[in-house]
Design a protein around this ligand. Structure first.
Ligand SMILES: Nc1ncnc2c1ncn2[C@@H]1O[C@H](COP(=O)(O)OP(=O)(O)OP(=O)(O)O)[C@@H](O)[C@H]1O
Length: 337
């Protein structure tokens, strides 16, 4: 466990945006380096703050997060076993679902009760596990759908066609530039449905950037992507940080998590059970237990060993005499439990 942060070395020394001097990656890491590895730990410059957010489905508590802060300008990996509540938390934070209770904010502004498009307009966007690229629209049309606040959508602006035509032109230029960056420009007139899984992920990420977001939440951006595209996607995620965005991503591949995360948040059964830099996570017993089942790594007691040997003996004996042997008795430390 590291020492308490010192103002001279921690991100306390940074500007409010965390962008004062030096490459963003190092700034994000420096900001988080000296923090205690504790659930709910305060970050030097949080972009997102979550308090007491719960979401239940019937009797099941999908999310129950007491306190969580996401550092601005860093890449935070959100991990946890299947059903831990990661996607539900993303849905709540981005207005795609409503919680039973709790508050959460972006830059100090409460986001509760806002619809997803309002959250996006404030600069917090997400991508989806199953990409939502509309298969019967072209790649370029999908991109244009990601643009925010098109003037043509508004009544009075719509009466002045020149205004929205100019906006449409600007949006198209921006979309083409992003498609070039994500190496999808040659596909701009293809239906999104003809893209490979990896290309759809790229399109999803490119489309999210159409609204100039400040926080990008990526739900399993690498899932189902071939190794060559994975490297390219990883590069794009790092680029987002280089541009000053705050990135939160859900990922199951721990190599990917270690490679790109400045900080890792671990969920299990709806709760945050651990937080820390990537290297702290594999040493954390709660995390290991959540992934692999409780006590799997505890040393066997003599009694456990005796019981397992007795069970093995019983199985061997049963196999030898055609199944006639009985299981060991419970008073000999046998199988009855
Ligand atoms: N709409 C829903 N109705 C009922 N139960 C739901 C709903 N959405 C999620 N759940 C349940 O909530 C729990 C958390 O699900 P969630 O999808 O958030 O987990 P996750 O950590 O993202 O899992 P995975 O890694 O498998 O995607 C699960 O038990 C899931 O079955």
């Amino acid at each position: 466990m590291p020492a308490e942060p010192t103002p001279a070395t921690g991100a306390h020394a940074l500007s409010a945006t965390g962008r004062a001097g030096g490459p963003p990656q190092r700034l994000a890491q420096a900001a988080l380096r000296d923090l205690p590895w504790e659930v709910g730990v305060a970050k030097p410059d949080p972009a997102i703050v979550v308090d007491g957010v719960t979401r239940t489905f019937g009797g099941l508590t999908a999310v129950s997060v007491d306190h969580l802060e996401i550092q601005r300008g860093g890449i935070t990996g959100l991990i946890g076993p299947n059903g831990a509540g990661k996607t539900t938390l993303f849905n709540l934070l981005t207005g795609f679902d409503q919680p039973d209770g709790g508050t959460w904010s972006f830059d100090g502004r409460p986001l509760g009760k806002l619809a997803s498009h309002q959250v996006a307009r404030l600069g917090v966007v997400r991508t989806f596990q199953l990409t939502k690229a509309l298969s019967r629209l072209t790649v370029l049309q999908n991109m244009l759908l990601g643009a925010q606040g098109q003037k043509g959508e508004r009544f009075f602006s719509a009466l002045v066609p020149g205004l929205w035509r100019k906006q449409e032109r600007e949006n198209t230029e921006k979309a083409l530039e992003l498609l070039r960056r994500f190496k999808l420009d040659a596909k701009k007139d293809d239906f999104a449905g003809t893209l490979s899984g990896g290309q759809r992920k790229l399109l999803e990420m490119a489309r999210a950037l159409m609204s100039d977001p400040k926080v990008v939440m990526l739900d399993e951006p690498m899932a189902g992507v071939n190794p060559a595209l994975t490297q390219s996607l990883l590069g794009h995620v790092k680029d987002l940080r280089e541009e000053g965005m705050t990135v939160i991503f859900v990922e199951h591949d721990m190599d990917v998590v270690r490679d790109i995360s400045d900080w890792v948040v671990v969920m299990a059964a709806g709760n945050v059970i651990a937080e820390g830099p990537p290297e702290s996570i594999s040493q954390n017993k709660a995390v290991v237990d959540a992934y692999l089942g409780a006590h799997h790594d505890a040393a066997l007691t003599i009694e456990d060993e005796d019981r397992q040997l007795a069970e093995a003996d019983a199985i061997i004996a049963r196999d030898a005499d055609g199944g006639a042997a009985r299981a060991p008795r419970s008073d000999s430390g046998g199988t009855a439990r």
